[in-house]
Design a protein around this ligand. Structure first.
Ligand code: PLP
Length: 400
């Protein structure tokens, strides 16, 4: 007897509303980037797609500020970029100094441990940068192959000053890995000037494309180190020397490149290059400053001390007596606005408000300040508007 087939369920096409993305990422995607994704799909060895890949490599070199030959997007999100840097540079038994002052430093630590290496943590409190003297002490007392640092700790809103870290790592025979997931395209990363050996980022924050690709770059020193490994890279998928055979002149198949995501990345990078890195950083800095002035005028407190604050991700302390989750749910339901919650020890204690990529605009700063004021009012906390204070920052900005 033939079994009756179950009827296939019928679904309507998925419709997403145009959310205002003020979270830790993804950031808003420009219509030019969305449009690029609708371009017909080419074969992954089509000469036209190969030319698109070459453009992406050039645009990434501009964005990372590097001449590194091995610069390409890993297929996967920022965590795939992180894992590619870790597994290619460390071998089982190697010591690796991992700076931890938040959730993503912890992730780096776990990846290093899983790769069979021996992570040596250098910790700072959540909300504070890493003390470089403690990094140097750790380098002095170990024989570390790698030093890993998060430039923009998205879990806390802390910016790590990179000055001298590359030179310090090299002085002790280590390579510097940098997490620039929330920094690239929003803050100077300056891979060559900072002597960074391996740097990874993502497509969905400062670059303003959807999530799905992780730009990485490796210095000649790092490539040389990889070529001299005693053991094979344990991840087949993330072995950059074989991925490079596809992205480099061999054009040998490794895995099928996510074609449409690469179109999106190319367009996001093209928009970034049209704006220019310095004006882009200045835009992020200005909008961050205007947001802080407005938030403080409303009586809100920033969770990070001035001087260590990210321009792309603002950590705001949840005021006493205010329900963090209710405010976030209200913003989403009433105003179509997404903001981020705190992670780990910051859970329930901070809101993470992203102003990154195409989302870093004066219009958005004013919008989120007003939405926060209404949300506070709904929680019974009447506070003054932050708009005037934010506008004063814009009024004093050159060329505004
Ligand atoms: N590192 C940092 C600093 C991040 O902010 C994130 C994600 O937000 C990651 C790594 C991981 O990136 P993804 O979520 O794209 O895998």
């Amino acid at each position: 007897m033939v079994e009756t087939l179950k009827r296939a369920p019928a679904y309507k096409p998925f419709q997403a509303p145009e959310r205002k993305l003020f979270g830790p990422g993804p950031s808003p995607v420009d219509s030019r980037v969305l449009q690029a994704m609708t371009t017909p799909v080419l074969g992954h060895l089509d000469p036209l797609f190969l030319a698109c890949m070459d453009d992406i490599k050039d645009l990434l070199r501009y964005t990372f500020e590097t001449d590194n030959r091995m610069t390409l997007p890993i297929s996967g999100t920022g965590s795939a970029g992180m894992e590619s840097c870790v597994v290619n540079l460390v071998e089982p038994g190697d010591e690796a100094i991992i700076c931890i002052n938040g959730f993503f430093g912890e992730r780096l630590h776990e990846m290093t441990e899983r790769s069979g290496a021996k992570p040596i943590p250098v910790r700072s409190e959540w909300g504070s940068p890493i003390d470089k003297n403690r990094v140097e002490d750790a380098l002095k007392s170990h024989n570390a192959k790698v030093l890993a640092v998060v430039q923009a700790e998205t879990s806390t809103g802390v910016l790590q000053d990179l000055t001298g870290l590359g030179e310090m790592a090299h002085r002790y025979g280590a390579l510097l890995i940098l997490d620039a997931v929330t920094a690239l395209g929003t803050h100077p990363v300056s891979v060559d000037a900072n002597q960074i050996d391996a740097c990874y980022s993502c497509s969905q924050k400062g670059i303003g494309a959807p999530p799905g690709l992780a730009p990485v770059t490796f210095s000649e020193r790092a490539v040389d180190h990889i070529r001299r490994r005693r053991t094979r890279v344990q991840s087949w998928y993330l072995d950059v020397t074989t991925i490079e055979k596809y992205w480099g002149s061999d054009r040998a198949y490794h895995h099928t490149a996510p074609i449409s995501m690469n179109y999106a990345l190319r367009e996001g990078l093209r928009l970034l290059a049209e704006e220019g890195l310095e004006p882009r950083w200045a835009r992020h800095e200005l909008n961050h400053k205007a947001f802080v002035a407005g938030a403080e005028a409303m009586g809100l407190r920033m969770a990070v001390a001035p001087g260590s604050r990210l321009w792309s991700l603002n950590a705001v302390s949840v005021p006493e007596g205010v329900d963090d989750a209710r405010v976030r749910a209200g913003l989403l339901e009433d105003s179509n606005i997404e903001i981020g919650s705190g992670l780990g020890p910051f859970k329930g204690r901070v809101w993470r408000i992203g102003l990154m990529g195409f989302g870093s605009t004066r219009e958005n700063v004013l919008l989120i300040l007003e939405a926060l004021r209404s949300a506070m009012e709904a929680e019974g906390k009447v506070c003054p508007s932050g708009i005037e204070a934010a506008e004063r920052v814009y009024a004093t900005a050159p060329n505004h």
